[in-house]
Design a protein around this ligand. Structure first.
Ligand SMILES: [Zn+2]
Length: 379
């Protein structure tokens, strides 16, 4: 390794490890009662109100389209390829597909059976199988639904023990103590994947997940402008990577949250995401949708139909590899064995896909939907 490539490798390391760590515990951690006690619709309006300062800043400041999509880490990785032997294997998706699709759902509260059924039907109608993340304290009540989902080929993952947005701000030993009591339930439901509530992650959380036997985490985003108004929070990658053997999958399309916070309605949700969907596919990346079965998000009949239309668009336009989150984690390991990854020395041990060509493009949308009004964008 020459001295000259050190900054790039360090930059990649910093983006992948620190880009996703939010230093500020959310306001929800300070409430004297679980924030899910506030009805969802009211919470959403409060959220819009609380984030209005961030949104205003996003709309008034000239920011890069990175606030909506970011692959700057992948561009750095692809620059590394110039230094490596061109004969080495490069990252491929299964079946020679040029990109991949994962459909995932976070079930934050009890009583979401109706929304789950609508969203699973939308996937099954199109031959897709999805990853459903349930909160540990709610698992018992969902057992019949979970058995049914699993027998149809869907995957079950964990959405933390409690949906209180606290797990990423705990020490490693506290993370382990919180998740260990779920060992039996995890084994019963085949749970090896984790998504942190509201995407809060930390190095301690990843170490804790690894210690209690999780195989992958899907709590990072490529880009997320809401947690910290002064920076774009995310790993800036459209590809899985691993940290000390735990595979990390970027949730690249927070399907219903972002448009909602930006004031878009259900009818305009596909228009909102189209440029990013096309761009991810064009960069051979992972389209990971996360839709919520709550009735005020994607769990109504109308919203589930719109979700189906979004799936149709992705399947027709981009013909992705159709994977569940666990399949991506297993595929990452297979690509590692095939030699299609690069190891970055240090602690933690990082492994990233090797990208062979320079065809990757940064996001360059004519209009970034975060920066303009819905009317201006959709027109
Ligand atoms: Zn959640």
């Amino acid at each position: 390794m020459s001295f000259a490539d050190l900054p790039t490798k360090n930059e990649i390391r910093v983006r992948l490890l620190e880009g996703n760590s939010c230093s500020l515990p959310p306001l929800t951690n300070k409430l004297p009662f679980p924030y899910h006690f506030i009805p969802g619709d009211v919470r959403m309006w409060l959220g819009r109100l609380l984030f209005s300062r961030n949104l205003k800043k996003l709309r008034t400041q000239q920011r890069q389209p990175g606030s909506y999509a970011d692959n700057s880490t992948d561009l750095l990785i692809s620059a590394l390829a110039g230094e490596t032997d061109l004969q080495l294997p490069t990252w491929q998706w299964p079946e020679g597909k040029s990109c991949a699709l994962v459909v995932s759902h976070d079930i934050d509260t009890p009583g979401q059976e109706k929304g789950v059924e609508l969203l699973r039907a939308a996937a099954e109608k199109r031959g897709l199988r999805s990853t459903f993340s349930f909160v540990g304290s709610n698992l018992k009540g969902y057992e019949p639904l979970i058995r049914d989902l699993r027998s149809a080929g869907h995957e079950i993952a964990l959405h933390d023990m409690h949906h209180d947005n606290r797990v990423a701000f705990l020490a490693e030993a506290e993370v382990v103590a919180r998740l260990l009591p779920l060992k039996e339930a995890r084994e019963a439901h085949g749970i090896v994947g984790f998504r942190s509530p509201s995407w809060y992650t930390s190095a301690a959380l990843w170490r804790g997940l690894d210690k209690v036997g999780f195989q992958y985490d899907m709590s990072v985003l490529d880009s997320w402008p809401f947690f910290d108004p002064d920076r774009n929070f995310g790993v800036a990658s459209l590809f899985p990577f691993s940290a000390n053997g735990l595979v990390i999958l970027p949730n690249t399309v927070p399907y219903d949250d972002t448009p909602w916070f930006c004031g878009y309605n259900i009818e305009s949700i596909l228009a909102f995401w189209k440029p990013k969907l096309d761009w991810i596919a064009g960069n051979q990346g992972l389209i990971m949708l996360n839709a919520h079965p709550d009735r005020w998000w994607s769990g109504s009949k109308r919203a589930a139909e719109m979700f189906g239309q979004t799936l149709d668009y992705i399947l027709d336009q981009h013909e992705p590899a159709r994977l569940r989150a666990i399949d991506v984690a297993n595929h990452f390991r297979a690509e590692s064995v095939r030699g299609a990854t690069i190891a970055l020395a240090g602690d933690p041990r990082l492994e990233i896909p090797r990208h062979g060509d320079a065809s990757m493009q940064p996001p360059a949308f004519p209009k970034n939907p975060m920066l303009v009004s819905a009317a201006e964008y959709i027109a």
